[in-house]
Design a protein around this ligand. Structure first.
Ligand code: CTP
Length: 404
């Protein structure tokens, strides 16, 4: 299943380094070619002889050989690999990766790697839940790196909690799935609208909403991870670039979003409307700051263009269009009506009163409705995992031609 895949396995100083021996054997059994880079501290936990025997390759640790001065090129390694897997990844190495520190061969290889990087952390529970580690892992994700979450259980310290490196079998399955999905959308062009829009009242005030953009950004990352060319038309949010391969088109108002999305749309294979577009804007904007007068202030609001509905009218049969509906009352009927009115293929429903779903939270619970009244319910999950479910459903629709 990993036949011909070239894998750099990075091993750092953690008790879980012993599992790297099993992991190497599994990867080789699956047909992968494995080159191991180990940190000096990693060698304290497992010997290069074991790893070299299992991987059938010399294990690299130093920048050059002390015997003959031969240079171990981290650049060549980074170009050679299809994936760099760092397992176990200690808190120290994760911190250095997040900050661009390059004081060993594993780190210089990481910094020059052109391939996807997968990180399987292993550490004590308190180190794992320290805000510094959490922040470093978020930083790695913002670089487009993948994290294989550690599991909970008994740790080397004797404590019980989250921090155990995922088992070698699971890491191997993760990689198999990763390669299977990596090119699912290659060559496909995808438009995603995300975040809120701000409708200007005067130079300092606007009408906005609480959308964080997290769902749209998670979708953009997932599609890009699976080979798509993603255009993300984003309202004002405070999230970093989800994946270096995503092209961001920053906009502020619904009019700007409409213009950017409409320009891109004809060339797109798939369009996803995840933005919380303001339905109304002030009929006029004051060029100078509106001063307090003591009297009532009336704002006249006029409707914005419904971007999804407009592009739904312009769409071709070959395009796939997906919308979102955030509803409080009569949720399923309202969402189904939007699916039909906006001429979409799928609509993703969030219910406002559902705990853990909606604006400004990291989780979401969705129901996807397709044509012919097909409903699929999903459990409460992180927005990253919800994005994976949505992308899987869009993939099924794309290859089957209908939603079932
Ligand atoms: N949408 C859009 N442009 C708008 C309004 C909505 O593209 N001006 C898209 C949203 O991105 C979403 C879908 O349409 O994919 C439904 O948005 P929602 O705000 O729930 O629906 P509305 O049609 O605006 O209905 P209402 O606010 O009355 O519930």
């Amino acid at each position: 299943m990993l036949k011909g895949k070239k894998i750099i396995l990075g091993i750092t100083g953690s008790i879980a380094a012993y599992k790297a021996a099993f992991l190497t054997r599994l990867l080789i059994r699956q047909g992968a070619e494995v080159k191991i880079v180990i940190t000096p501290c990693g060698k304290e936990f497992i010997t290069p002889v074991t790893l070299a025997t299992l991987s059938k390759n010399t294990v690299l640790c130093d920048f050059f050989s002390h015997d003959d001065g031969a240079w171990n090129s981290h650049i060549d390694l980074g170009i050679w690999a299809d994936v760099m897997l760092i397992a176990p990844a200690s808190a120290n190495t994760i911190a250095k990766m997040a900050n661009g520190i390059a004081d060993n061969l594993l780190l210089t290889t990481y910094l020059s790697a052109k391939c996807p990087v997968v990180v399987a952390p292993a550490m004590d529970l308190d180190m794992f839940r320290h805000p510094a580690t959490a922040k470093n892992l978020v930083t790695l994700q913002s670089f487009g790196n993948f994290i294989i979450e550690p599991t909970s259980g008994e740790l080397a310290s004797g404590l019980d909690g989250k921090g155990r490196m995922e088992e070698p079998e699971e890491i191997t399955s993760w990689l198999i799935e990763f390669f299977k999905k990596k090119s699912r959308f290659s060559g496909k062009k995808i438009l995603i609208t995300a975040g809120p829009t701000f409708e200007k009242i005067d130079p300092v005030r606007f009408i906005g909403n609480h959308s964080s953009g997290k769902m749209g950004y998670a979708l953009a990352k997932t599609f890009a991870d699976q080979g798509a060319y993603v255009n993300l038309v984003s309202g004002p949010v405070s999230i970093g670039l989800p994946n270096p391969a995503v092209k961001i088109h920053p906009v502020v108002s619904a009019d700007d979003m409409n213009q950017a999305a409409s320009t891109l749309f004809p060339d797109m294979d798939i369009a996803i409307f995840a933005a919380a577009v303001a339905d109304y804007k002030p009929s006029s904007q004051s060029e100078s700051k509106i001063k307090r007068s003591g009297n009532d202030l009336l704002l006249n609001l006029i409707p914005n263009e419904d971007i999804a509905a407009k592009l739904g009218r312009l769409r071709s049969e070959n395009q796939i269009l997906v919308g979102f509906a955030l509803e409080s009352d009569d949720a399923v009927n309202n969402a189904s009506r939007k699916l039909a009115d906006k001429n979409l293929d799928l609509i993703v429903l969030n219910r406002i009163n559902d705990p853990g779903a909606g604006f400004n939270v990291d989780t979401n619970r969705i129901l996807i409705i397709g044509k012919d009244n097909i409903h699929k319910n999903f459990e409460l999950k992180s927005k990253d995992n919800v994005a994976k479910d949505i992308v899987d459903e869009i993939f099924n629709l794309m290859i089957n031609g209908s939603y079932a």
